[in-house]
Design a protein around this ligand. Structure first.
Ligand SMILES: NC(=O)C1=CN([C@@H]2O[C@H](COP(=O)(O)OP(=O)(O)OC[C@H]3O[C@@H](n4cnc5c(N)ncnc54)[C@H](OP(=O)(O)O)[C@@H]3O)[C@@H](O)[C@H]2O)C=CC1
Ligand SMILES: O=C(O)CCC(=O)C(=O)O
Length: 479
C-alpha cells in the first residue's frame, strides 16, 4: 500500500511510522497508509514556515490569487473523486462528500479574490501635521488544528484566508481523516506555492498539535474541535501571547411554534439533527416544540426517521452514513443510556444496525418527554441523537433556547414575522436560522458563535481577515 507522507519545506517526507486510514462504513476497507509525524517533524515544519514567511508576505496579491484560484479550480474539477475519498474516510454520504469538496473549491476561489481587496484607512489625526493610516499585515506562521467532521471544508476555510493574507501555514488535520487533508495539500503543492509556505503534519494531536501550541515561532492558532481541547489551546496560546481562535461545540436549539408549517419544521429538524450522522457542531440537538403542534410534530418526525436509509456512505440512496469511529459510537451510546436513566423516553432509534458491511451503524435516536436540565440537553453528544422539549409559549421556548452554555447556531420554525424577527434579535447565538435547519451554512459569510461555542474573531467570508491579519496604526509627521 502506498505510504502517504507529510509535506514539509516543499518535500514529501515521512518515516515508516504510519497509520491505516479505515473506512467507518466498512471496517475491512483500508483506504491508505499515512505517515505519523513526531514532534521533530512538527518543529521542522514550523522552521520551514518561519523561513518562508518574509518572501511569501512580500508576494503580490495577484501571485497569491493565482495560486488560490488554481487550487479552487482543481478541487471543483475533481469533486467526484475527492468527494468519494472524503465519504470513504469519514462516512458522510457520497453526495455530501462531493458537496463539501465543492464548498472547499468555492472557498479557495473566494479568497483568491479577497487577496485583491485588503483595504486600509487614512484618517485625520487630532494633531496638526500628522497623518494616520490603519493597515493590515500578515501574522507570520499560523497553525491550523482541524477536526474530522468536515475533513476538507474546515481545512479550506482556515488555509485559504491564512495564505491569502500572506501567512505561512502548518496544517495538522484530525488523525481520523488524513486522506482528504493529504489530497488538499497535494493540490496546493502543485499550484505554485514556494517551498515552506504550506506544510502538512499528520499525526496525533497530543504530539503534533501540542508542538504547534507550544512553539514560540507559531504566531497564531486556528482551532476547531472539542471544548476540552479548545481550553488547552486557549491556555497554551494565552501563556505565550499567541493569537488564537476557537470553534467548539454546540447544543443548538430549533424552536417549532404552533403556527409553523409542519412539513417544513419536520424537514428542518430531521436534516439539522440527524443528517451527517448528527456530527456537526451546528446540529439541532434540542427540538423545542410548542404544545399544540407537539404530538403531530413527533409523529411526523418519527415517521421520517423510520424512512431514512442508514447505510454505507457510498451506497446509492444512503441518507445517513455510519458514526465516524468506535470512540464516537461509544460516546453516542453512553448518552443514549444517560437519557434513559434521566427519564427521557426514546420515541425512535438508538439501536446498533447490521448492514452488508461491518461499520459503526446507529439508527437516529429521538428522545421525547425531556427537560432542559437533563444532561442530554446540556452536553454536546455529536451523534445522531436529539431531544424534544415541550413548551407552552414562545417566551418559554426562547428562554429554554438561550439556557445553555453554548451559542453557536439556533433556529425557529414559524409563520409569524413578529416571532421570527424577535428571535433573530434575542437568540443568544452567533447564527440564526428561520424556517431552516440550524446546520448547513454558506461559505462567504461569517461563521461562529457565542459563549462556550467560540472564541475570537469569526471564520469565513470577509470577516476572516480579522483573525489572519494584524492591524497596524501608523502616525506620520510629514515635515
Ligand atoms: N466543533 C466541532 O466541529 C467538533 C467538535 N468535536 C467534539 O469533540 C469530541 C471529540 O472529538 P475529537 O476529534 O477527539 O476532538 P478533539 O478536540 O480532540 O480534536 C480536534 C483536533 O484537535 C487535535 N488535538 C487533540 N489534542 C490536542 C492537543 N493536546 N493539542 C493540540 N491539538 C490537539 C486533534 O488531533 P487528533 O485528531 O490527532 O486527536 C484534532 O486535530 C466530539 O465528540 C465532539 O463533541 C469534534 C470534532 C469537531
Ligand atoms: O453546518 C455547517 O455547514 C458547518 C458545520 C461545521 O462547521 C461543524 O460542524 O464543524
Amino acid at each position: 500500500m502506498t505510504l502517504h507522507k507529510n509535506f514539509i519545506n516543499g518535500e514529501w517526507v515521512g518515516s515508516d511510522h504510519a497509520k491505516d486510514n479505515i473506512n467507518p462504513s466498512d471496517l475491512s476497507d483500508i483506504i491508505g497508509s499515512y505517515t505519523q509525524a513526531n514532534a521533530a517533524d512538527a518543529e521542522a515544519a514550523i522552521a520551514a514556515a518561519k523561513a518562508a514567511f518574509p518572501a511569501w508576505a512580500a508576494t503580490t496579491p495577484q501571485q497569491r490569487a493565482d495560486i488560490l484560484e488554481a487550487a479552487g479550480v482543481e478541487l471543483l474539477a475533481r469533486k467526484d473523486e475527492i468527494g468519494k475519498l472524503l465519504a470513504r474516510e469519514e462516512g458522510k454520504p457520497l453526495a455530501n462528500g462531493i458537496a463539501e469538496t465543492m464548498r472547499a473549491g468555492q472557498i479557495f476561489k473566494f479568497f483568491a479574490q479577497e487577496t485583491l481587496r485588503v483595504e486600509g484607512v487614512a484618517i485625520a489625526s487630532v494633531r496638526p501635521g500628522v497623518d494616520i493610516t490603519v493597515t493590515r499585515e500578515p501574522l507570520g506562521v499560523v497553525g491550523l488544528i482541524c477536526p474530522w467532521n468536515f475533513p476538507i471544508a474546515i481545512p479550506a476555510w482556515k488555509m485559504a484566508p491564512a495564505l491569502a493574507f500572506g501567512n505561512t501555514v502548518v496544517f495538522k488535520p484530525a488523525d481520523l481523516v488524513p486522506g482528504s487533508a493529504w489530497a488538499l495539500v497535494e493540490i496546493l503543492s502543485r499550484a505554485g506555492l514556494p517551498k515552506g509556505v504550506l506544510n502538512l503534519v499528520m499525526g496525533k494531536g497530543s504530539v503534533v498539535g501540542q508542538t504547534l501550541l507550544d512553539s514560540k515561532d507559531v504566531s497564531a492558532i486556528s482551532f476547531t474541535g472539542s471544548v476540552a481541547t479548545g481550553a488547552r489551546v486557549a491556555q497554551a496560546c494565552a501563556t505565550r501571547g499567541a493569537k488564537f481562535q476557537l470553534e467548539m461545540g454546540g447544543k443548538n436549539p430549533l424552536i417549532v411554534l404552533d403556527d409553523a408549517h409542519l412539513d417544513t419544521a419536520v424537514a428542518a429538524a430531521v436534516d439539522g439533527a440527524f443528517f451527517q450522522t448528527g456530527q456537526r457542531c451546528t446540529a439541532s440537538s434540542r427540538l423545542i416544540v410548542q404544545s399544540k403542534l407537539h404530538d403531530a410534530f413527533i409523529d411526523k418526525t418519527v415517521a421520517a426517521l423510520k424512512a431514512l436509509k442508514v447505510d454505507h456512505a457510498l451506497k446509492d440512496g444512503t441518507q445517513i452514513g455510519p458514526v465516524v469511529d468506535e470512540n464516537q459510537l461509544a460516546q453516542d451510546l453512553s448518552y443514549i443510556d444517560v437519557g434513559r436513566h434521566e427519564g427521557a423516553e426514546l420515541a425512535w432509534g438508538g439501536e446498533l444496525l447490521n448492514r452488508d458491511t461491518k461499520g459503526h451503524y446507529l439508527s437516529p435516536a429521538l428522545f421525547v418527554n425531556t427537560t432542559n436540565k437533563m444532561r442530554i440537553n446540556r452536553e454536546e453528544i455529536f451523534g445522531p441523537v436529539a431531544s424534544v422539549i415541550k413548551v407552552e409559549s414562545y417566551d418559554e421556548a426562547l428562554a429554554i433556547a438561550n439556557d445553555t452554555s453554548f451559542g453557536l447556531s439556533s433556529g425557529i420554525c414559524t409563520s409569524s414575522l413578529k416571532y421570527a424577527n424577535h428571535f433573530r434579535k434575542n437568540s443568544a447565538a452567533g447564527m440564526v436560522m428561520v424556517n431552516l435547519p440550524t446546520a448547513g451554512v454558506d461559505y462567504h459569510v461569517p461563521f461562529g458563535g457565542r459563549k462556550g461555542s467560540s472564541y475570537g474573531p469569526r471564520e469565513q467570508g470577509r470577516h476572516a481577515a480579522e483573525f489572519y491579519t494584524a492591524t497596524k496604526t501608523s502616525y506620520i509627521n510629514a515635515m
